[in-house]
Ligand binder design. Sequence first.
Ligand SMILES: Cc1cc2nc3c(=O)[nH]c(=O)nc-3n(C[C@H](O)[C@H](O)[C@H](O)COP(=O)(O)OP(=O)(O)OC[C@H]3O[C@@H](n4cnc5c(N)ncnc54)[C@H](O)[C@@H]3O)c2cc1C
Length: 642
Amino acid sequence: MTATDAKPQVSAEQARAILESARDVEWRKPSFGKQLFLGRFRLDLISPWPQPDPEKAARAEAFLPKLAEYLAAHVDGAQIEREAFIPDAVFAGLAELGCFGMKIDTEYGGLGLSNLHYCKALMLAGSANPSLGALLSAHQSIGVPQPLKMYATAEQKKKFLPRIAAGEVSAFLLTESDVGSDPARLSTTATPVEGGYKLNGVKLWGTNGTVATLLVVLARVPKSEGRQGGITAFVVESESPGITVERRNAFMGLRGLENSVTRFHDVFVPEANRIGEEGRGMRVALGTLNTGRLSLPASCVGALKWCAGVARGWAAERVQMGTPIARHEAIAAKLAFIAATTYGVESMLDLCCMLADDDRNDIRIEAALIKLYSSELAWQAADELVQVRGGRGFETAASQEARGERGIAAEQILRDLRINRIFEGSTEIMHLLIAREAVDQHLSVAGDIIDPKAPLGRKARAGLRAGWFYARWLPTLIVGPGSFGGYAKYGALAKHLRYAERSSRKLARQTFRGMAQWQGKMEFKQSYLGRIVDIGAELFAIAATCVRAQASGRAEELELADLFCSQARDRAERLFRALHHNTDARDVSGSKAVVAGSYAFVEEGILPPPDSGEWVATWEPGPSTQADVRRRLPHITPTPPR
Ligand SMILES: Cc1cc2nc3c(=O)[nH]c(=O)nc-3n(C[C@H](O)[C@H](O)[C@H](O)COP(=O)(O)OP(=O)(O)OC[C@H]3O[C@@H](n4cnc5c(N)ncnc54)[C@H](O)[C@@H]3O)c2cc1C
């Protein structure tokens, strides 16, 4: 039997059902994001600007300068890029500083940093080399610490967290060759046996997978008598017999990444290592990401800061056609975009972190919005930086240095940033995930009306419920503080908050309009939904930026916030227009012709792309036939599996 034979046959409905069952359906705390999409601009949920916990802030203030000092003195980012390798000494040095336990509570030997300061540390590490940021973030935000913090038993925490805090590395293994965005296709199995489970399967692209000693593995427990089964999460000792690290993968960027193909062949995992209940693995994975998603934006903010610094220094210095290029309007626009975006995205990140830290709000929508927004805008900013740098933007830092110039790795930052739009939920998937939350209220009152499978009785009850809800809700979308002179205390920024409040109501009207027009088919209107979500992101960004700048009171911050908000409004207006002026329908029919091969003539005239080999590799179950390429870090004493 091949894994292809074993592949679950998954319909679109089943795939949706898996994601739906992993959603946290309850909203126990207030959510700015949820209200925003309903046309209720609850600025009171994010204003006044939150303040970090003083005790945690003091701990971080002692730690961050030490980290900065270590990185500056002992890490050669260019060497990591050149050799595609993070030296053992750097792993050991980071471990010594406590970097692998930044988010672990002090009672388990961790540093117990807040989300805010953890993200600042990631930014710092990423500025030495982005692979370091990715190492620490994958280890902490999706690797063992975060899911254990949220879902583990006291015994599991006691057993694993001190090891991690002391410097062991962890990885998160969900993806398989046939599973990327769609976990329903997961084929790694966890078969119940005496005292635990046997794991079989091959996991692809596990960041840190070649060096990790502890793995979070998602595997499917087969359904059997008295057992519901389903996707389940486990902590697995990577030294367990039957695990082979078959490959270290290489990418266009993040060259230092220790990313694996990992095979499991009859790997015994004790029952005590299961995280949460059987069948709740996707809940663990998605729940982990609710705050875990903040670390990726931290890398993006770090990259934006770097781009802002380079763009400023270079554009002021470089003279062409008699004037510094910063004074040519085309370049000036790019400088303004990079600087303002840095301020705006950092405002969103700091706000999300502090909201997560004081635990008063549900931030799942905001964290998803900033993941989406920061990865898209940081990429655009890095692309603009390459343009501002001209030919030097395309040249490697090493080549510039060899010619006797300052080595500025603009092309590297572009390559390193690109993956952020793909992993931890691609942009397309984030659009769908956020859109699902944005229409949640509508589905809960009127879902049965548009569900073709709902019986008449349920439809009738839903009709009554919807009538009652919409009769009260729709009038609230007509006027609000943004229609009059609201938000006066925000001075020059009040106009942007008024815009955001008005636009939030408009956004809710447009969402309702889409639902009324397409009903159950709305979920297929991905371009429309994507724009709704992107507008929501702009409005959240405007709100976060204004609240932060006003709290600072600094003239320069108020000015930069004003600039950012003007740019964000411009983007939002274009998105509003595109909701109803677009080529969506034409694109969909055009793409059908593309797939049918009707336009294949456009591909003629070149040597064709490779046409041998599988698009997606299949894997054979059984023991590995490959050499184990795992890298054992000298500072870690391997713990024999028990
Ligand atoms: C460098 C790197 C590090 C990684 N680290 C990890 C890790 O540590 N652990 C781990 O488990 N995984 C990891 N991954 C995997 C990563 O999370 C996946 O690549 C990502 O989830 C996308 O899956 P995929 O590549 O299979 O793309 P696919 O799911 O095949 O998607 C291909 C394209 O189709 C789009 N698409 C898919 N479904 C839909 C839909 N329903 N509607 C609209 N568009 C859709 C996607 O957005 C994408 O643009 C890593 C990948 C890389 C490259």
